[in-house]
Ligand binder design. Structure first.
Ligand SMILES: Cc1cc2nc3c(=O)[nH]c(=O)nc-3n(C[C@H](O)[C@H](O)[C@H](O)COP(=O)(O)OP(=O)(O)OC[C@H]3O[C@@H](n4cnc5c(N)ncnc54)[C@H](O)[C@@H]3O)c2cc1C
Length: 478
């Protein structure tokens, strides 16, 4: 019998068996997220009304039941894994979206997908730029909790830059609102920003007011290839120096290009096979795109080994499909991946490219890397075979060296995925003991009983020592 049985029965009596599910299938589905580390919860609470969240948290505090909030479970860090059991609070049914077209704001419930918000905004001539590749699945609540980014980060910013106000529940179950649907708000401490990026540990987001910007009238896509990685990264700096702000500036190293080619069965850039590429998109008014296009073409002629503009939106879409496929295709290089989303300051791009080359040589592993050059957020994928002990040891050593190096270069151990379970061994590389003490003090103040998402962020979890489920999720490409 689960240690939380009596409390769960009480919750079922309060909210009903349609909301509080204890069956095997529901519990199994909520036992893991995209990190695929299974920990079975005692029940899944599928909130139908925002008030269900408050009822759940109040009872959880009374009986000391751990609660893990779950959007769609696309997090790659294990942040939505109920590592201490208890209840999983499923937010997917709270998914209403309304656009205030006059104010340029979206009102969304925590379980609405980002794609739904984007489509609603675009139907009213507005644009919601944060663009995680998982947007058809992931929720705005999950994006706020992780401060999600995506390909648009360099020009427009990340989720934090678009949150005007939040509504939800403290870990104790009390309802709160941080801000109002106004562009200015200077009344009291800004706890809205404390919730953003708090990985579901400081509160539950039931509703958000989001800033929208006018939908860009024009887009233009260019593919460029380079002699080698260091040259590609150095060239990107020359582009930013020319004051060009691409809406997207994606880098794929040689390893990532080869993976994408294997996955799609087509050469990314005919005549340039096996070369690193940068895929650029300009977006804005017609005049703005025309002006920047001239600068970009001059830059490409001077720096790239070749360049080619997409002739149509369909042509551009094919290029973006290549970029989206490269990550899944990496499993050809190993059956296990340490997927890191580090950030490197632009001034250190070339040093970082050299470091990656030596890390690949010394570890003997494949480390394909791609990412968002306009904000320094690179996805470094350390591939290994989990049945080969020497490769496991090499991967563990490589990831630690990677984290130490990015922090030494003035960067960050995560730019958009957060800490969850997967990055806990590295938090102390990024933050001093005083900084971690301050974070823990905030957690203790808001969640005195440690109810919300326990076992994450501050407690050591070595992901490479834990078996992962062999399961294919809807967003896994193969
Ligand atoms: C194929 C793929 C591509 C991805 N691409 C990107 C990308 O480009 N950029 C990027 O940033 N991330 C990306 N991710 C990671 C992931 O999609 C994001 O972290 C996303 O924000 C998670 O949203 P979710 O709804 O799935 O949340 P979940 O995975 O369910 O939860 C993530 C965290 O948020 C908390 N949480 C969820 N909902 C709430 C809520 N309502 N209130 C409070 N806390 C909550 C959870 O407790 C957990 O800590 C990708 C993942 C995959 C699988």
């Amino acid at each position: 019998m689960s240690p939380f049985s009596a409390a769960t029965k009480q919750l079922q009596r309060r909210l009903g068996t349609r909301i509080v599910a204890m069956d095997e299938a529901a519990r199994r589905d909520a036992s893991f997220d995209s990190a695929k580390l299974p920990f079975l919860p005692a029940a899944v609470v599928r909130a139908r009304q925002e008030a269900d969240v408050g009822v759940t948290l109040k009872l959880a505090n009374q009986h000391r039941v751990p609660v893990t909030t779950r959007g769609r479970g696309t997090t790659l860090t294990g942040a939505a894994t109920p590592v201490r059991g208890g209840w999983v609070l499923d937010m997917l049914a709270l998914d209403e979206v309304a656009i205030d077209a006059d104010a340029g704001m979206a009102h969304a419930q925590g379980g609405a997908t980002v794609a739904k918000i984007q489509r609603a905004a675009e139907a009213s001539g507005w644009f919601y730029p944060p663009d995680p590749s998982s947007k058809e699945y992931c929720t705005i609540g999950g994006n706020i909790a992780c401060n999600a980014g995506g390909m648009h980060g360099g020009k427009y910013g990340v989720t934090r830059d678009f949150v005007i106000a939040l509504r939800g529940y403290l870990p104790t179950g009390e309802p709160v609102e941080w801000g109002t649907a106004t562009k200015k708000f200077a009344a009291g401490f800004n706890l809205r920003d404390l919730w953003i990026g708090s990985e579901g540990m400081l509160g539950v987001v039931t509703g958000a007011v989001l800033k929208l910007i006018p939908r860009p009238a024009e887009r233009w896509t260019l593919l460029t290839s380079f002699r080698d990685e260091a040259h590609a990264l150095r060239s990107a700096l020359a582009l930013f120096r020319a004051r060009v702000q691409p809406a997207i500036c994606e880098f794929l190293d040689r390893g990532s290009v080869l993976c994408a080619e294997r996955a799609t069965g087509r050469v990314v850039f005919p005549g340039q096979s096996g070369r690193p590429v940068i895929l650029l998109e300009l977006a804005g008014s017609r005049a703005e795109v025309r002006e920047q296009r001239a600068v970009v073409l001059g830059w490409a002629a001077a720096h790239a080994t070749a360049h080619a503009a997409a002739r149509s939106r369909a042509d551009a879409e094919q290029l973006w499909a290549v970029r989206r496929k490269c990550s899944g295709a990496m499993f050809e290089l190993g059956d296990a991946k340490l997927n890191e989303d580090i950030v490197v300051p632009m001034r250190n791009y070339v040093k970082f490219a050299r470091f990656l080359r030596s890390l690949t040589r010394e570890s003997g592993l494949h480390i394909p890397t791609f990412g968002h050059l306009a904000d320094g957020n690179l996805h470094v994928n350390i591939m290994y075979h989990k049945a080969v002990p020497a490769e496991c040891r090499a991967a563990e050593k490589a990831v630690r060296r990677l984290m130490e190096t990015v922090v030494a270069l003035g960067g960050s151990i995560s730019g958009e995925h957060g800490i969850g379970l997967a990055k806990t061994p590295f938090l102390r590389i990024q933050h001093s003991p005083a900084q971690i003490r301050a974070m823990k003090a905030v957690k203790d103040a808001l969640d005195p009983r440690g109810i919300l998402n326990p076992g994450k962020m501050f407690e050591l979890f070595e992901i490479w020592k834990h078996p992962r489920l062999e399961v294919k999720l809807p967003w896994d490409h193969k």
